[in-house]
Design a protein around this ligand. Structure first.
Ligand code: SF4
Length: 351
């Protein structure tokens, strides 16, 4: 049974696809015009474009050509803190804009659309989550980066998929009990890898949850020499058949490191832009979703990430609309668990 919120979010996505044109439908001349305008505006507005791996290739290309950044959510926020520009344009989903604001509160954070959200964020409302935490006061609260600023502010730790295992092990060594939210698949992966029991929130990513082990195994019959790369937001049955499991950055590295010439990739296909750079000449194949009854072979593209278009990047820069605002008190509280993760990550790098 869908909630009213689910229905509203679905309508929003459908309306978006009905009215927006995708870069792939533009002529090369139009694309060049958009690119030139965005480059000009970034200079004029003292702004820097920071894009997630899952955004459209053309958005990533512009970020790269203008000295911006293409990365995962944490690195996007960290990169923003190092830049001299006073405006960051965050092409991604809302929690990424909020994280950038939390780590760079003095800067103006613009997003091409504030309506781009994430099923993990939607599925973890602060009131319910806070009550869940209150019911287990003896637990350390660990939340994934894919959460609202309010949920981060309620947490002891923020983690990304690249550091999730290490943080869980660190807390286990200290004898702490753990609440894990919101992604049950990532949490299940951490539990299985480390043997640590955790109290789990019941959230999932609508993109990664759709990958099917049977479909991937069928595809392996067609490409028997292909390696399977899987993001741990995917179900356990998919993780089990992977040759490499990891965060977006770790999967890009695996694409380069593995000897296989063909790679079946179970994450958003936006990542192919960077994978092709890291492993030129290799063939990247989208992992199937949905099963045999589906109308498409793979729908491995986040509908909210797809909302970041060239036209709304221009609009945000021209009008200043789409500014991310986070309550000052919330910034203070949400920064604490984020900074804890950054410090922990830095200590691991030094060790
Ligand atoms: S791909 Fe999944 S986790 Fe990432 S933003 Fe989209 S819904 Fe959220």
């Amino acid at each position: 049974m869908l909630s009213q919120q689910d229905i509203n979010d679905r309508i929003l996505v459908q309306e978006h696809f009905a009215k927006e044109h995708l870069p792939g439908e533009m002529t090369q001349e139009q694309v060049e015009q958009y690119k030139a305008r965005i480059k000009q505006l970034l200079k004029e507005k003292d702004a820097c474009l920071v894009a997630h791996y899952y955004t459209d290739a053309i958005v990533q290309e512009i970020a790269e050509e203008t000295g911006g950044c293409i990365s995962d959510s944490l690195e996007m926020a960290r990169f923003g803190t190092t830049r001299p520009e006073q405006t960051l344009v965050v092409a991604g989903v809302r929690f990424m804009g909020e994280t950038a604001k939390i780590l760079s509160p003095e800067k103006r954070i613009l997003m091409p659309t504030l309506e781009a959200t994430c099923s993990l964020d939607i599925g973890c409302p602060i009131e319910e989550f806070s009550a869940f935490c209150d019911a287990h006061p003896d637990h350390e609260v660990v939340v994934y980066a894919n959460t609202s600023a309010a949920v981060k502010a309620r947490a002891d730790w923020v983690v990304t998929s690249s550091i999730a295992l290490k943080v869980a092990e660190h807390l286990e060594e200290q004898g702490k009990k753990i609440i894990w939210a919101p992604d049950k698949h990532l949490g299940g992966y951490v539990q299985k890898q480390t043997g640590i029991e955790m109290l789990m929130w019941d959230g999932a990513c609508i993109v990664h949850e759709e990958f099917k082990a049977k479909g991937i195994l069928d595809l392996k019959k067609v490409y028997p020499d292909a390696a399977v790369l899987v993001h741990p937001e995917s179900p356990d049955s998919v993780v089990e058949i992977a040759d490499a499991v990891g965060s977006t950055t770790q999967l890009i590295q695996a694409a380069s490191d593995l000897p296989n010439e063909q790679l079946i990739v179970a994450t958003d296909r936006g990542i192919f832009y960077k994978m092709q750079q890291a492993a030129p000449g290799k063939q990247f194949i989208e992992a199937p979703t949905g099963g045999s009854g589906a109308t498409c072979r793979s729908c491995a593209h986040c509908p909210w990430m797809a909302m970041n278009g060239l036209d709304n990047i221009i609009s945000a820069l021209e009008t200043g609309e789409g500014e991310v605002l986070v309550d000052e008190a919330l910034i203070e509280d949400a920064r604490r668990p984020l900074q804890r993760m950054l410090d922990f990550s830095a200590s691991l790098a030094k060790a």
